[in-house]
Ligand binder design. Structure first.
Ligand code: COD
Length: 165
């Protein structure tokens, strides 16, 4: 049977760090669901529609990748989609406590589901969506941090400022 994995996140916006984890998940699993969290409580720069659109642009040539929005518990969504694993990237020690807590909680909620951690690449160690937004808000160069195909979209949105609700 097809092995399905979920790469969940906020992707506000997608970075080269995210893309690396998605691509490495594709080498291990048959089908990768990139699940964009729809969280009204979290203040995002990009709307969920924008975040999904950016990810779809970056994965348009990947027949084994599906980009979806999801609401509620990841453990439940994984069950509905018959996913065997959640794939996440681990950066610094600072990621560890929160990720460990989520992995243990998800295991309690869905015992069939494994969390797989991929070690970040050294060059992505300090890369995050927040860093990208911060640099862009000051007009800095983000071309080393986000996929080329969405560079213009992000510049359009961030350099001109203005947060959409
Ligand atoms: N290098 C490697 N990996 C990276 C990098 C990088 N530079 N940057 C990001 N990543 C990876 C990380 O593994 C991260 O987990 C993932 O990409 C997504 O990152 P973000 O920042 O876009 O997403 P988060 O951390 O805000 O996502 C949080 C979730 C949506 C996964 C979480 O809140 C969740 O599961 N929510 C659903 C509700 C739920 O089930 N709650 C209970 C969980 S215990």
């Amino acid at each position: 049977s097809l092995k399905v994995a979920i790469c969940p996140g906020s992707f506000d916006p997608v970075t080269l760090g995210h893309m690396d984890i998605i691509n490495r998940a594709r080498r291990i699993f048959d089908h990768v669901i990139v699940a964009v969290m729809l969280n009204p409580a979290k203040n995002t720069m990009f709307t969920v529609e924008e975040r999904i659109e950016l990810l779809r642009k970056c994965t348009v040539d990947m027949a084994d990748v599906e980009v979806v929005g999801f609401e509620g518990l990841l453990a439940d969504y994984a069950k509905i989609r018959d996913a065997t694993a959640i794939v996440k990237g681990l950066r610094a020690v600072s990621d560890f406590e929160y990720e460990f807590q989520m992995a243990l909680t998800n295991k309690k909620l869905n015992n069939e589901l494994e969390t797989v951690f991929l070690t970040t690449r050294a060059e992505n160690m300090y890369l995050s969506s927040s860093i990208v937004k911060d640099i862009a808000s000051f007009g800095g160069d983000i071309s080393n941090f986000v996929p080329d195909c969405i560079l213009a979209d992000i510049k359009d949105r961030l350099y001109k400022g203005g947060r959409r609700s």
